[in-house]
Design a protein around this ligand. Sequence first.
Ligand SMILES: *Cc1c(COP(=O)(O)O)cnc(C)c1O
Length: 391
Amino acid sequence: MAGVDALATAELAAIAARGLLRTLEPLSSAPGAEIEVAGPRGSERLINFSSNDYLGLASDARIAASLAEGARRLGAGAGASRLVCGDFSEAHQLEEELARFEGTESALLFNSGYAANCGLIPALVGPGDAIFSDALNHASLIDGCRLSRAAIHVYPHADVAGLESLLCKASPAQRRLVVSDSVFSMDGDLAPLVALADLCDRHGALLVVDEAHATGVLGPQGRGLVSALGLGARVDARMATLSKAVGVVGAHVSGSRVLRDLLINKARPLIFSTALPPALACAARTAVALLAGREGDERRLRLWRNIEHFAAGLRALGHPAEARSAIFPVVLGTPEKALAAASRLRARGLLVKPIRPPTVPEGTSRLRFALSAAHTETQIAQALEALRAEI
Ligand SMILES: *Cc1c(COP(=O)(O)O)cnc(C)c1O
C-alpha cells in the first residue's frame, strides 16, 4: 500500500472505532424543507432539519435569476484576488447595502464565514496579545484565534464572571480581544452580549461577535442580535454570513471604515484568495433586499411560529426547550446514541444529522434540529411525533 493509503486507512479505522467517521451524502434536489438524497439504493425523499436555510431563500427563484443574470453579464469567475484584478463594482454595491443593513460605516466581503473569521482575528491581535474566547465558539473563530498566535484564554460557556476573572489577570500592556458567537451554532442559545460589551468597556478590550445564526433570524428586519440589543456602537467588528439565512454564500465583516481599510491590508484570506464571482454579489444583493423587506418579515414570522411550536412540543415531551433561535439541540451523549437516533428518524423520513465531537464536546453528541420558515406545521408535528420515542 502506498504510504498515504496506509496512513489514511489506519487513521480512518481509529476514527471509526470512536464512532466519529464522517462521510459525504450528495443531494439530488434543490435545497429546501423537503430534499432528495442520492443514496446507493436510489434516491430518498426526506424532510430536512439539518440545513441553515432559515428563511427558505437558498432555492428562491428570484435570487437564482439574479445569479444567472450576473453570470451572463460578468461570467462565472472573478479571475483574481480583489487586491489584484478581481474587484468588481457589484461587490462594492453589495458592501454598501450590507453596511446600511448593519447600521455600520462599512462592510467588507469575504468568500465564507470561515475565511472571514480566519482573516479578521489575526488582523486585530498578534503574538504577545490576549484573546478571550467562549468555550463553545465556532471552529472558524477557534482557527482564527490560533492563526493570530496571540495567547488564547478559553472562558466557560457564556460565563461572564469567569471571563471577568480571566480579564483581570491579563496584563494591561497586552491588546485584549473578546470573541463570541451571538447565537451558538450547536446549542442555539444566546451570548450575554450586553454583559460582554460592559466587560470590554471596563477592561479596554475589543469585542468581536459572530452573527452567523442570528442574521435574518433575530432583531428588526433580521439585523441580528447586536442590532436587536442596540449594541452596534459597542461591538468593534461583527461577522455575518451570506450562506445561512441569506441563502447564498460568502460573509462580511462590518464595522468602521478604518477597520475595513485595515482588513484590506492585513486579512490574508482576502488578500491571497480569488474573489467571489461578481454574479454571487448580484444574487446576494437580491437576497439581502428580500430578507430586509416585507417578505423577510413574513418569512421571519413563519419561522418564529415554527420555533414556538417546536419549543412547546419539546417541552410537552419533557425536554427543556426555549424559543430563542432556530437551533434546537437534543443531547444524547455518545456518538453511537446520536447515530442510532438519527438513523431511526431517517427511517421515518426525517433528515437530522447527528452532531459529534469535535463539533461538540465529548459526551454531548446530539441531534441538532434547525428550523426554517419553509417547514410546514405538519412537518414540525412529524418531527415531534418521531422524537417522542427518543427523549
Ligand atoms: C457556519 C458558521 C461559520 C462559517 O460560515 P461559512 O459561510 O459557512 O463559512 C462561522 N461562524 C459560525 C458561528 C457558523 O455557524
